[in-house]
Ligand binder design. Structure first.
Ligand code: GDP
Ligand code: MG
Length: 740
């Protein structure tokens, strides 16, 4: 008979690595928790015997809070593998054993692969596996999955359990007086009615009712609806009782006692810490200040403000060099190449488009360096810990904080890994709410947009504005989450456990590697995706070309309008872009002309495909202050938000090609009559909030399992962005801040 083993454990404990070591198949080993959502199957030959091995999705518990947990549990219960090999991360023993305890409560045959002992050792942890094994009553084999160490031994242990085929007694933990009594009562009723007892142990079913496990309750209702309802009713009563007397609820209490059980085992000399004592003590002392109820948030905001201040102050210097470099490059290429389409593509599409995005590399690297310090020192975990309280109020979870930060919560992340990181969330509803709001964070692609406009229009207060915009992005995301959680994805919140790792001094090497990895991503994207899109947009801005006769006609019409004014007035009108006066005049004279004050190149640009799209959108975007160029940029920005900058670069480059001096995009915008601080702010906020980029939408669809959520996020976010921009622009007009 073929033996069947299942690998189970927390996300990132090394299941897939061990599975690949055993079966030789190359499965994806992901960086983000829970990358193995489906189970994978393979085969291993042990002493000539074929053994089927399944790699289950990573889970923290066996209560049906997340899809992974349902998949894993169903497999264990329905397929009944001969032995479950529980992969336990030795460097994170307490949390990993939480799942082990639940295997034992379910009464399934299990052995432990105590994995990552190398990591544990590096952290100064020595684990007495024999003692742990005798205390838990199950075989334990130390392993290092990455090098294959211990793989034969763990299989041997698993096969031995399978061959013995003993029926395991399920583990019974005390859950305190209140719950123990009700568990006994439930157990009696369940046994008397043979209520699902052919599949699960009676006490386990009772526990699931107390934990309000939907899957079990649904099954129970089908099996015996009267009994199920009476158990649900009793659960409601005990929940109220616990709330009144102890200010807690059954799920939290059950988790507490399980951890208590694990702690009581670990305390008996299982773990020896070699050199951690002092560091842990110091960490606790630091945390008393840094996570203090009042001081903690204040310090957090100060750090954030400091980070932006340093970035904008010192980032501006090397950015200036890069800007001059691209200016010089443009001039040189312009002199070397003959006039024509190719030159226009290189200068306006590539150098002025992509160069605009690359110009921000120094600033972004500085920002990434700062974030790497916060991350490597362990401070970011404290941020998550402090924000948990706030997040609960808005219907999100402590585990939602990391996805937000990964998405660019401080600045310069990416929503794609952010959305994938929501896999650590147990409840599907909390996960959806997080996934849909994480794209509001200021990802790396939005940074050049923000940096350019802030640097051009708010250079006096750039750090402060960046700080306020970060707060705005969080406030927007949290309020949006609250709205979602009160309407289309309402539901209960789930409890949160977070361990604070001890602080550590970041190493310079580690910081440089982290900074470089992220910066390189940014540069690579600019050189590939953004370059491609830039060229496409350049083409859309160039074709169809305007015939020369049309241009001549335009020039003549314009002259006709101008010549109806006295000479000094014309000069003034030309410089002030008094479009309305000129248009009126043109109408008076019966001349049909789009925009008289345009230069010829602008006229050509507006005649192109992109120009027409941008112009047709002006009827909506006049409420937000965006002209047709910005509209093109925003449409392109759906592909990737850096494109907003590269497109503006190309548009102004094409528009200004006949002017001699090569001004930077910032300088052009500062001089342009279409632009002022209010328009800039309106565009920044729109870019922050409108539809997530294309790739992020695809990931939302994949992770939520429905294209509807992707479509929803495009519409929902764009509507929010539009409302905010209208408020800003109209408010600015009302307060007369647009200058004029
Ligand atoms: P899964 O989520 O449980 O499938 O975990 P993975 O197999 O994807 O492993 C997560 C990460 O831990 C990968 O980067 C592995 O290379 C690494 N890893 C797995 N086992 C070990 C180990 O024993 N020692 C060390 N140092 N790293 C390991
Ligand atoms: Mg895996």
């Amino acid at each position: 008979m073929e033996l069947m083993l299942a690998l189970a454990g927390n996300p990132n404990s090394g299941k897939t690595t061990l599975f690949n070591e055993l079966t030789g198949s190359r499965q994806h080993v992901g960086n983000y928790p829970g990358v193995t959502v489906e189970k994978k199957e393979g085969e291993y030959k042990y002493n000539g015997q074929k053994i089927a091995i399944t790699d289950l999705p990573g889970t923290y518990s066996l209560t049906a809070y997340s899809e992974e947990e349902v998949v894993a549990r169903d497999f264990l219960v329905n397929k009944r593998p001969d032995t479950v090999v529980n992969i336990v991360d030795a460097s994170n023993l307490e949390r990993n054993l939480y799942l082990t305890v639940q295997f034992l409560e379910l009464g399934i045959p299990v052995c432990i692969a105590l994995n990552m002992i190398d990591v544990a050792k590096d952290r100064g942890l020595i684990i007495d596996d024999e003692k742990l094994s005798s205390l838990m009553g199950i075989p334990i084999v130390p392993t290092i999955a990455r090098s294959g160490k211990g793989k034969k031994e763990i299989i041997a242990a698993a096969v031995k359990i399978a061959k013995e085929g003993k029926k395991r007694e399920s583990l019974q933990i005390s859950y305190g007086d209140d719950l123990d009594n009700i568990l006994l009562e439930f157990e009696k009723k369940i046994q008397a009615n043979n209520f699902m007892t052919d599949i699960y142990p009676a006490r386990w079913i009772a526990l699931k009712y107390l934990e309000k496990d939907n899957q079990i309750i649904d099954k129970g209702r089908l099996e015996n609806s009267r009994l199920s309802l009476s158990l649900e009713e009793d659960t409601k009563k005990i929940t109220e009782h616990l709330g009144k007397t102890l200010d807690t609820y059954p799920e939290a209490m059950i988790a507490d006692y399980r951890y208590g059980f694990i702690k009581s085992i670990l305390k008996q000399g299982v773990i020896e810490r070699k050199y951690d004592h002092n560091r842990l003590y110091a960490s606790d002392q630091i945390d008393k200040v840094l996570t203090h109820r009042l001081l903690g948030p204040l310090i957090m905001l100060t750090i954030l403000m400091g980070l932006y201040h340093i970035t904008f102050t010192y980032g501006a210097i090397p950015m200036g060099w890069l800007e001059s470099f691209f200016g010089l490059l443009g001039d040189t290429v312009s002199r070397l190449l003959p006039d024509g389409l190719f030159k226009s593509m290189i200068i306006s599409g590539v150098i002025d488009g992509v160069g605009g995005v690359l110009g921000f590399v120094p600033l972004i690297m500085l920002m990434f360096f700062g974030i790497a310090i916060l991350e490597d020192s362990g401070y970011l975990s404290r941020v998550a810990y402090m924000l948990d309280r706030v997040f609960k109020i808005f219907g999100l979870h402590g585990n939602s904080v990391m996805p937000f930060i990964v998405s660019g919560g401080i600045a310069g992340g990416c929503a794609v890994p952010g959305i994938m990181a929501t896999r650590t969330l147990k409840s599907r509803k909390e996960r959806l709410a997080t996934m849909l709001t994480a794209p509001f964070m200021n990802c790396g692609a939005k940074l050049p947009v923000m940096a350019l406009l802030i640097g051009t229009f708010f250079s006096e207060n750039s750090a402060f504005l960046m700080f306020m915009l970060t707060l705005l992005s969080w406030a927007g995301a949290l309020i949006a989450a609250k709205i979602l959680r009160m309407t289309i994805i309402s539901g209960k919140e789930t409890p949160f456990v977070l361990e604070l790792p001890p602080y550590r001094w970041p190493t310079l090497k580690g910081l440089l590697i982290h900074t470089w990895e992220r910066s390189w991503q940014y540069i690579k994207k600019a050189g590939t995706v953004i370059l491609g899109i830039s060229i496409i947009i350049w083409a859309m801005m160039t074709f169809p070309q305007m015939p020369t006769s049309k241009i001549e006609e335009f020039k003549q019409k314009r002259e006709l309008v101008y010549s109806s004014f006295p000479a000094p007035v014309i000069k003034e009108l030309k410089s002030k872009d008094e479009d309305s006066i000129l248009s009126e005049k043109a109408q008076e004279l019966g001349i049909q002309i789009l925009k008289i004050n345009n230069t010829e190149s602008e006229e050509k640009l507006k005649n192109s495909i992109a120009g027409r799209i941008g112009t047709s959108l002006e009827s909506i975007t006049r409420f937000t202050g965006f002209d047709w160029r910005t509209n093109i940029a925003l449409v392109g920005g759906f592909a990737a938000k850096e494109v907003v900058i590269s497109t503006l670069g190309t548009a102004y480059s094409l528009g200004e090609i006949d002017s001699e001096d090569s001004a930077s995009l910032g300088e052009i915008l500062a001089k342009s009559p279409h632009w002022n601080p209010v328009v800039a702010l309106s565009l920044i906020v729109f870019t922050m909030f409108y539809a997530p980029c294309f790739v992020a939408v695809v990931v939302i669809i994949k992770e939520s399992g429905s294209w509807k959520w992707g479509a929803f996020s495009i519409i929902f976010n764009t509507v929010i962005a539009f409302i905010l921009s209208i408020i800003i622009f109209q408010g600015g007009l009302f307060l007369n801040l647009t200058g004029g």
